[in-house]
Write a protein of this length. Structure first.
Length: 657
């Protein structure tokens, strides 16, 4: 394998502009390294660090001279280049590996062994910025971002009690991430051993936890679980008791994965610790409870929503993780096509009206609303929100937390918010008839209202408002635009390979032979970066439906969802399935993922019998190939008919026209 000057996460030999020698050969069975190349003057690259970077094309001569002149006292050239933005930490590490003839590694993709971690105290490893990786025959491999710091390496060798060290080069950020995770796992293992020993001496049926005397091992274990969840980018953590033990699962990129199995005897202690964090009643095990907490993990604050539920084998706990200070998305980062983004921007620039974002739970509706707020928030506007919960704190926005336990519901909060002279109001969710009516009336009387609904797609959101009792005339007059949304898992770019979907999947997707021939389907093969899943991160799939004149007429007439969807297709509004298939064709997501996350079209799509391209009910000829559609399809219901028929046998429409 090879690594380049970009952060691709590949470990091993470095080719191209940076060309250090082959890394030590590790025997797969024996685990013993070949002797490391000496780092004396005879084996080093005679070029300076800056010269290596210039020769590699990372810098030009002017940037190098600027960095040398701007360097602070006692500041190394690599640190100066990173501060000025001329080179990345990986490019500096690769240049150091080239200069000193040392291997380059990525400890995130190639994690350290527990035996090596046990040799060096975590505080010492953190102080010197190193990470022990392997130990064999008294020789310890150590990753460092500064292999020229011989005093630090000598201190590490003495503390580890080994015969010699084998330094390898890695970036400081990768060392820090891998070190935190490795030492947390080591501490979690110790905590489990201590808790196991204590549990053997205690009858689980009689175990009680006093909030003032929670044992330190439990705290370390729970803190380790939270830290692992944040590192894995998990949105939820599930602690689930069953007959044989306690299963810990995390939801990453929308799907649950099992990460740890705990002894059944520790269930009460772990649940009690989580209850204490959420200020819940640890003695109450028969009723569900909900709470909130703030946890600090690796200097990062995380808001926790804690929910407990009694089950057959004990209480299950679900934690929702909401990192504070999460980066806020902008409209151009949502992944919407240019035409859809333009329609959404135009709606947000209106002084009044209603903008709806719809989709199931976990489809990214809140992120889209926050991105929309960032586009409308300025000193000339008073922006207020009603949320449950407030997930991200927005500067310049007055945010209110809904508290149903004290009577502060969306409906009651919206009535009072309208007395606060707002220009823009965000309603976290329209749940009931009163909230729907108030939101529509507020948008009709001079306010821009942004809200969410739980519906299957954009056209069904209009019908949902009517079902909730909103006046169709007011809905038609105030509704500006509806965004239907889903989240799809991205194909991991580090291990993506060409994919050849099976014919049944292609048929289910409704792709034509022409589209299939031009497609660039890809699938992740699995690597360390994506934890062998083939996917990493998610992207939004959006269906943007502007409310046109014909759609307003249909809304006033209380037309069914099918009629609204057909009119949207006539206006060339791409459905969620269309957008997802377009992403799959480009290789951003897999074809299976596109079919999984998007709903099936409400009706079978009519297609040209010659080229299989989609055609609308009112088309008389195929726009792709020009095939005459008259006499082959009913204009009323879209079904195929015989040339000799005069009346459609399904909808009674006349075929003579």
């Amino acid at each position: 394998m090879s690594a380049t000057g970009t952060d691709n996460g590949i470990v091993g030999r470095v080719e191209g502009p940076f060309a250090p020698p082959e890394p030590p050969a590790w025997d797969a069975e024996q685990g013993s390294p070949a002797p490391a190349p000496p780092t004396n003057g005879d084996r080093r690259d005679r070029r300076r660090l800056g010269e290596i970077l210039v020769d590699a094309g990372v810098l030009d001569e002017f940037q190098l001279m600027t960095a040398l002149e701007d360097s602070q006292p006692e500041e190394r050239l690599g640190a100066t280049l990173q501060r000025l933005g001329y080179a990345s930490d990986q490019q500096i590490a690769l240049a150091l590996a080239t200069q000193l003839r040392l291997p380059y590694v990525d400890p995130v993709s190639d994690p350290p062994t527990p035996e090596a971690i046990a040799l060096l105290p975590g505080r010492l490893a953190e102080r010197h910025g190193v990470l022990p990786l392997r130990i064999e025959g008294g020789r310890l491999m150590v990753a460092t971002a500064d292999p020229a710091d011989l005093l630090a390496l000598d201190d590490v060798r003495t503390a580890a009690g080994v015969r010699s060290l084998e330094p390898v080069v890695a970036t400081a950020s990768a060392i820090d991430r891998s070190r935190r995770r490795a030492y947390r796992q080591d501490q979690a293992g110790e905590a489990l051993e201590e808790l196991d020993a204590e549990a053997d001496a205690v009858d689980p049926a009689e175990f009680e936890v006093d909030p003032g005397t929670v044992e330190q091992p439990v705290i370390r274990l729970v803190d380790g679980l939270l830290a692992d969840a944040i590192t894995a980018r998990a949105s939820d953590v599930h602690v689930e008791p069953h007959e044989d033990g306690i299963t810990v699962r995390m939801r990453v990129d929308g799907l649950l994965r099992e990460v740890r199995e705990l002894p059944r005897s520790l269930g009460r202690q772990v649940v009690s610790r989580l209850k204490i964090m959420g200020r819940l009643d640890i003695a109450e095990r028969r009723l569900p409870q909900d709470g909130r907490a703030v946890a600090r993990v690796d200097a990062e604050e995380v808001d926790l929503r804690i929910s407990t539920m009694p089950t057959m084998y004990g209480e299950t706990v679900v934690l929702r993780l909401l990192p504070r200070g999460a980066e806020r998305l902008e409209l151009d980062q949502l992944g919407l096509p240019p035409s859809a983004r333009s329609a959404l921007t135009n709606a947000l620039e209106r002084p009044q009206g209603l903008v709806l974002v719809t989709g199931p739970t976990g489809s990214g509706k809140t992120s889209t609303l926050y991105a929309s707020l960032s586009a409308v928030t300025d000193p000339t506007r008073n922006v207020l929100t009603l949320e449950d919960p407030v997930e991200v704190q927005l500067p310049g926005v007055n945010q209110t937390q809904i508290e149903p336990r004290i009577g502060l519901t969306f409906a009651r909060g919206l009535r009072h918010v309208l007395r606060q002279d707002p220009d823009v109001v965000l309603v976290g969710e329209i749940r009931d008839q009163e909230t729907a009516a108030l939101a529509v009336e507020a948008s009709f009387t001079g306010h821009l209202v942004l809200a969410t609904l739980h519906t299957n797609d954009a056209p069904s959101a209009v019908a949902r408002l009517s079902d909730l009792g909103a006046d169709p005339f007011l809905v038609a007059s105030s509704l500006l635009l509806v965004v239907g949304q889903r989240l799809a898992r991205r194909t991991c770019t580090d291990c993506a390979v060409p994919d050849d979907p099976d014919p049944q999947t292609l048929k289910l997707a409704g792709l034509t032979q022409r589209t299939e021939a031009d497609a660039r389907f890809r699938r992740g093969a699995g690597c360390a970066r994506c934890e062998q899943t083939g996917v990493r991160g998610r992207t939004a799939i959006g269906e943007v439906l502007p409310i046109s004149g014909p759609l307003r007429d249909l809304i006033i007439e209380r037309a069914p969802e099918r009629a609204l969807a057909q009119q949207a297709r006539r206006e060339h509004v791409a459905t969620l399935r269309d957008e997802a298939l377009a992403r799959a064709v480009e290789g951003e997501i897999t074809l299976d993922e596109a079919l999984r996350v998007t709903p099936e079209p409400p009706d079978e799509i009519a297609r040209c019998e010659r080229c299989e391209e989609p055609v609308a009910d009112d088309h008389v000829a195929c726009g792709a190939c020009g095939h005459d559609l008259i006499g082959t399809r009913c204009a009323g219901c879209g079904r195929g008919v015989e040339p000799t028929w005069s009346t459609c046998p399904w909808c009674r429409a006349s075929l003579n026209a």
